[in-house]
Write a protein that binds this ligand. Structure first.
Ligand code: CA
Ligand code: CA
Length: 267
């Protein structure tokens, strides 16, 4: 790198700062230097610094004597600092990453953010559900659906949840065909001895008229084809059992439900 101008700043024991300019006009000019080790060690009251660039425009690595922070700076403005106890602060105004892996918590202004742990769209493998028949309706692949789920439940245990205090369950509940005020529900095993408790219930009555839209199953229109479930409850166990169900009474080809887009978040 012929155009690279290196300013090496060394602090001598006498605290007299000596700069070595590796510059075309300087006697120290050379195209490259090879070494196996370079240590920059200042006296306690001075920073240890290594700079690339010109005196007016440069990047520097600095170990600050007062704080023991190590920083990468542009023109003395810190872009990244490494503090004691392995704390890294990125002070740059923009940060671009190709991929990010977060093993612990993500906090924004001190608040833990939701972490998506499980997501199921039922397009690929379906594992763990007590009744795992799927169907496709109106372009949506769903667990259950027309002629499949009516009265009863399908349940699944999600395990290996990371440490958390709250859990958030999202899904879409699809009411299909001839509901007459019956209810669809979501239960989880947060009872005293792991009993299943209702955490979401919604009832629906189908309406047969000129204004209905029939998108799924039989001829009865779907007035609530996709009802979003989004429930947050206190929870700290490393597993959870959830069950979707209904108290429908008729044949699933007359009235049915389906589930799509299940997501489990914790924080
Ligand atoms: Ca009915
Ligand atoms: Ca229908």
């Amino acid at each position: 790198m012929k155009k690279l101008i290196i300013i090496t700043t060394l602090y001598l024991i006498s605290q007299i700062k000596t700069q070595y300019f590796l510059h075309p006009q300087n006697n120290l000019q050379q195209d490259s230097t090879q070494m196996t080790s370079l240590t920059i060690q200042s006296k306690n009251t001075s920073n240890s610094e290594f700079c690339f660039g010109t005196p007016l425009n440069y990047f520097s690595f600095t170990l600050h004597s007062s704080s023991n922070d190590f920083s990468l700076s542009e023109n003395n403005y810190p872009l990244l600092t490494i503090r004691e106890q392995n704390q890294i602060n990125i002070l740059s105004k923009k940060l671009t990453l190709n991929e990010t892996y977060i093993n612990g918590n993500l906090k924004i202004k001190g608040i833990n953010q939701w972490k998506l742990i499980y997501e199921e769209n039922f397009d690929e493998s379906i594992e763990g559900w007590s009744n795992k028949t799927i169907s496709k309706c109106n372009g949506i692949t769903m667990l259950g659906g027309y002629c499949i789920f009516s009265k009863g439940e399908t349940e699944k245990i999600y395990d290996k949840l990371p440490e958390h205090n709250m859990i958030r369950i999202q899904a879409n509940f699809h009411f299909i065909d001839n509901w007459n005020g019956e209810s669809g529900y979501l239960k989880i095993n947060n009872g005293k001895n792991g009993e299943m408790n209702y955490i979401w219930i919604e009832s629906y009555t189908a309406f047969e008229g000129n204004y209905g839209i029939n998108v799924c199953g039989g001829k009865m229109p779907e007035g609530k084809f996709s009802s979003p479930i989004d429930v947050v409850v206190n929870h700290n166990s490393d597993s959870i059992k959830i069950a979707f169900g209904s108290n429908l009474e008729m044949d699933p080809c007359d009235e049915s439900f389906g589930i799509s887009g299940v997501r489990i978040f914790v924080r």
